[in-house]
Write a protein that binds this ligand. Structure first.
Ligand SMILES: Cc1cc2nc3c(=O)[nH]c(=O)nc-3n(C[C@H](O)[C@H](O)[C@H](O)COP(=O)(O)OP(=O)(O)OC[C@H]3O[C@@H](n4cnc5c(N)ncnc54)[C@H](O)[C@@H]3O)c2cc1C
Length: 310
C-alpha cells in the first residue's frame, strides 16, 4: 500500500498511475473533496471556478490526458481560448474518476510522517495510519516543510504567491460578456462562467482573480471586502458600470501559483518518501500532473513488486 498526501491533481495523478501499475494507493486530504486547487464552488444554480481557470498542455503527457478526458466527456475545449480546456462540469472532473483500488480519505489532515517498520502517517486527531511501503506527499512547500523539517531550507526556497478570488453573481441578465478577459491593473483575469462548456448560462456568474502583488498588499481584507474591492477595480479597468451583484464572495488562496519552483519533478526525502506538486516544476496544472506522474514512476521503480491484492 502506498500513501499519498493530497488529493489535488498531483496526488490524483500519482494514485491513478500507481493503481494501473498494480499498487494499492491510499490518498489522504484535509479538504472535504478531491481536486485541491482545481476548485469549483457551487451554490444553488451558480458555479464558480475560483481556483484554476483553464487547463493547457504544452507537452505530450498532459495533452494525452486531456485528449482522453475530452473523449470521456469530462473535459472540453474552451471556445475562443483555442489552446485551453476546462473540466466538465467542473475543473477537477477529468481527474477524479479513480480505479477502485484507490482509497480516498477526505477531511484527514496529516501532521507527521515517520519511518518505523514502514512509513506511518499521523493525523490531526492523533490516529496513526500505516504501515505504507512508500509515501508521496503533494502538499504546498511551506506545509511540506512542517512535515519534513530536515528539508525546510530547500522547501522554503520555493516561492508560492497568494491570490484573492472574487465570486460574483447577478440573478437576472448578463452584465458582463466575454470569455477570459485580462483587463490589466490589479485584476489578472475576469472569467465569465457561462462562456465555459457545461456551466449554466444563468445566473450570470463571474470570477475575478487579483494579481499576486495586489493580493500580497491586501492579505488581511475580509472576504466580503476583497470581493467588493475587486469588483470596483474590475469595473474601472473594463470601463463598466455594473449593477450591484446579488451575491459577492471572496476566497483567499494563500498558496495559489508558484513563482520560484524547485527545479526538479520532486524532492526525495528517501527513495520511498517523495515530495512534489506543481511547485516542483512550475505554476500550471500541467506541472502538477507531470510531478505526480514522475513520483509514481519513481515509486514503481523503487518497489518493482506491487503488494498482493486482498
Ligand atoms: C486562483 C488560481 C488560479 C489558477 N489558474 C490556473 C490556470 O488558469 N491554469 C493552470 O494551469 N493552473 C492554474 N492554477 C494552478 C493549478 O490550480 C495548480 O497548479 C494545480 O491545481 C496544483 O495541483 P497540486 O496537486 O500540485 O496541488 P493542490 O491542488 O494544492 O493539492 C494539494 C492538496 O494537499 C492538501 N493538503 C495540504 N496540506 C495537507 C495535509 N497536511 N494533510 C492532508 N492534505 C493536505 C490540500 O487540501 C490540497 O487538496 C491556478 C491556481 C489558483 C489557486
Amino acid at each position: 500500500m502506498i500513501a499519498i498526501i493530497g488529493s489535488g491533481l498531483a496526488g490524483l495523478t500519482a494514485a491513478r498511475h500507481l493503481a494501473f501499475a498494480g499498487h494499492l494507493a491510499c490518498v489522504f486530504d484535509k479538504g472535504r473533496g478531491p481536486g485541491g486547487r482545481l476548485a469549483t464552488r457551487r451554490g444553488g444554480d451558480v458555479m464558480f471556478d475560483h481556483g484554476a481557470a483553464r487547463l493547457t498542455a504544452k507537452r505530450p503527457a498532459f495533452a494525452a490526458a486531456l485528449k482522453l478526458a475530452v473523449g470521456a466527456g469530462t473535459a472540453a475545449r474552451w471556445p475562443v481560448q483555442s489552446d485551453s480546456f476546462v473540466g466538465v462540469p467542473e475543473m477537477k472532473a477529468p481527474f477524479v474518476d479513480l480505479p477502485p483500488v484507490v482509497r480516498l480519505h477526505q477531511s484527514v489532515r496529516i501532521m507527521s510522517v515517520t519511518e518505523d517498520g514502514g512509513w506511518h502517517l499521523t493525523d490531526e486527531g492523533g490516529a496513526r495510519h500505516g504501515p505504507f511501503r512508500a509515501v508521496i506527499c503533494t502538499v504546498p512547500p511551506a506545509q511540506a516543510a512542517d512535515l519534513v523539517p530536515a528539508q525546510a531550507a530547500r522547501l522554503h526556497a520555493v516561492r508560492m504567491a497568494p491570490q484573492w478570488a472574487a465570486m460574483l453573481a447577478w440573478d437576472g441578465g448578463a452584465p458582463v460578456q466575454g470569455d477570459l478577459l485580462h483587463p490589466g491593473g490589479v485584476i489578472e483575469t475576469v472569467q465569465v462562467m457561462a462562456s465555459k462548456p457545461g456551466r449554466p448560462a444563468a445566473p450570470c456568474a463571474v470570477v475575478l482573480h487579483a494579481t499576486p502583488d495586489w493580493t500580497c498588499a491586501h492579505l488581511d481584507l475580509t472576504r466580503p471586502e476583497a470581493a467588493q474591492r475587486l469588483l470596483a477595480e474590475a469595473q474601472g479597468a473594463l470601463g463598466l458600470d455594473l449593477p450591484p451583484p446579488d451575491s459577492a464572495h471572496g476566497h483567499r488562496w494563500l498558496y495559489a501559483r508558484c513563482e520560484v519552483p524547485l527545479g526538479a519533478p520532486f524532492l526525495a526525502v528517501a527513495p520511498t518518501f517523495l515530495l512534489g506538486g506543481d511547485w516542483a516544476l512550475g505554476r500550471d496544472a500541467e506541472h502538477a500532473y507531470e510531478s505526480g506522474l514522475a513520483m509514481a514512476n519513481a515509486v514503481i521503480e523503487a518497489l518493482p513488486e506491487p503488494a498482493p491484492l486482498g
